[in-house]
Design a protein around this ligand. Structure first.
Ligand SMILES: NC(=O)c1ccc[n+]([C@@H]2O[C@H](COP(=O)([O-])OP(=O)(O)OC[C@H]3O[C@@H](n4cnc5c(N)ncnc54)[C@H](O)[C@@H]3O)[C@@H](O)[C@H]2O)c1
Length: 397
């Protein structure tokens, strides 16, 4: 397969890891150019990665050498830029979110279909060995039928670490729109589409201190939600930038025969654990009844924890394989089949996010207007996709 040529639009914090992985770890695509509103940022990235060209947005869109544009700009400009990318005849891979509203996201997906171009969107962590191992466990029926899930991420906000965090507190920002897509994409890629959403959201801290300057927060900074999937399975997804710390951060999937601890959906790999119901039943049946509570403490003691099994990952991969879905999309184009990170799935994620806010504002359960086909499992083909030692260990390079 001839390498597809990629141009990067937006040379901020997240650009380097994409370009690094595509340059050093993947052999199916080649990053040739970059553009940014600020020419000095494009120049910096061009030099850092020895790219062929750094130029303006217009020059990037008009470059006949570029097949795919990676849109790594901030969410508020995704809608307009994504349309411009497609109208320029380029395949689109966008950092999340695809757009700020579901109507905008649907319009972008429809435009892609109309023009015969691919629309794809981050996060691609669901293709990593962590979540693909969970997919394999579910496919193999290891925990029986899925009965529920919980996903939690509680922190105190990105101003504590991000170099330019303002956009996180403007329209399209907030913890659910920023971090929710990792957890939601993991969930829907594993369990299929969501049907109903119920949500409470709050904005306790009206202002945020960004390096000594107080800015207004325009977004909800805590969401507590319940999702019911089309399959009937339901669970909760809670994201906050109002909590100093929590021991409950993580994602778990429950089944009739056990449960799975899913690794961090914001990384491509991490340990996967299965808790086996039959082992727990065996353990408990060997303990005198009057000792059960003290010895097991409702699953918290080392004795109870012994029913966890760490499962070997289904393929090798680094912690940060950002860009893998762009590579998979390039392969799908060559093979004439749908890519796994579909535009429809990305629009569905935006629909879930919009619906959470609508539920908070109306006090109602909101039925989603979008759906998508659950992507094919990636683990059966993953090993053949790249060269090198498979992504990097750090978030930034
Ligand atoms: N930083 C992270 O950890 C992270 C992780 C995952 C996803 N993301 C997502 O990636 C995207 C970018 O995040 P970031 O952290 O790199 O932001 P950033 O602010 O560091 O970089 C964005 C870049 O886009 C440029 N830009 C803005 N408007 C533009 C326009 N109209 N035309 C051309 N360039 C424009 C800016 O000049 C800037 O260089 C966001 O959608 C964010 O949600 C970020």
């Amino acid at each position: 397969m001839e390498k597809m040529k990629v141009g990067v639009l937006g040379c901020g914090a997240i650009a380097s890891i994409y370009i690094h992985n595509m340059k050093y770890h993947y052999d199916k695509v080649e990053v040739i150019s970059c553009a940014d509103l600020l020419p000095e940022k494009a120049e910096f990235i061009k030099k850092k990665y020895d790219l062929k060209k750094a130029y303006s947005n217009e020059e990037l869109l008009a470059d006949p050498e570029v097949d795919i544009i990676l849109n790594l700009t901030v969410p508020s400009v995704h809608y307009e830029l994504n349309k411009a990318i497609l109208n320029a005849g380029k395949h689109l891979y966008c950092e999340k979110p695809l757009a700020v509203t579901v109507d905008q996201a649907n319009e972008i997906v429809a435009l892609g279909h109309k023009l015969g171009l691919r629309v794809s969107d981050a996060p691609d962590t669901f293709l990593g060995p962590g979540i693909q191992t969970v997919r394999k466990l579910l496919d193999d029926g290891v925990i029986g039928d899925v009965t529920g899930f919980t996903a939690n991420l509680f922190t105190h906000g990105h101003e504590l670490w991000h170099p330019s965090p303002m956009f996180y507190y403007q329209e399209g920002g907030g913890p659910m729109r920023d971090m929710g897509p990792y957890y939601l994409t993991a969930l829907v890629s594993l369990l299929g589409p969501v049907e109903d959403v119920a949500c409470f959201a709050s904005r306790t801290f009206r202002q945020r201190d960004i390096k000594g300057t107080l800015i207004d927060s325009d977004v909800y900074t805590q969401y507590n939600t319940l999702l019911r999937m089309k399959s009937g399975v339901y669970g909760n997804v809670n994201m906050s930038w109002e909590v100093w710390n929590s021991k409950l951060n993580g994602l778990e999937i429950y089944g009739t025969d056990g449960m799975i601890t899913v690794p961090d959906p914001n990384a491509t790999t991490g340990p996967v654990f299965v808790y086996h119901g039959d082992r727990y039943t065996e353990l408990i049946s060997a303990i005198p009844r009057d000792e059960i509570v003290q010895r097991l403490m409702f699953g918290r003691t080392p004795e109870a924890q012994s029913c966890y099994e760490e499962v070997p990952l289904c393929y090798r991969g680094g912690k940060n394989m950002r860009g893998i879905a762009t590579v998979e999309m390039a392969m799908a184009i060559a093979d004439g089949r749908p890519q796994r990170a579909s535009g429809e799935m990305a629009a569905h994620i935006v629909d879930i996010l919009d619906s959470m806010e609508r539920s908070q504002e109306t006090g109602q359960i909101v039925r989603l207007s979008t759906t998508f086909d659950r992507p094919e499992a990636f683990y059966p083909v993953a090993e053949g996709v790249w060269l090198g030692d498979l992504g990097t260990e750090s978030s930034f390079v």
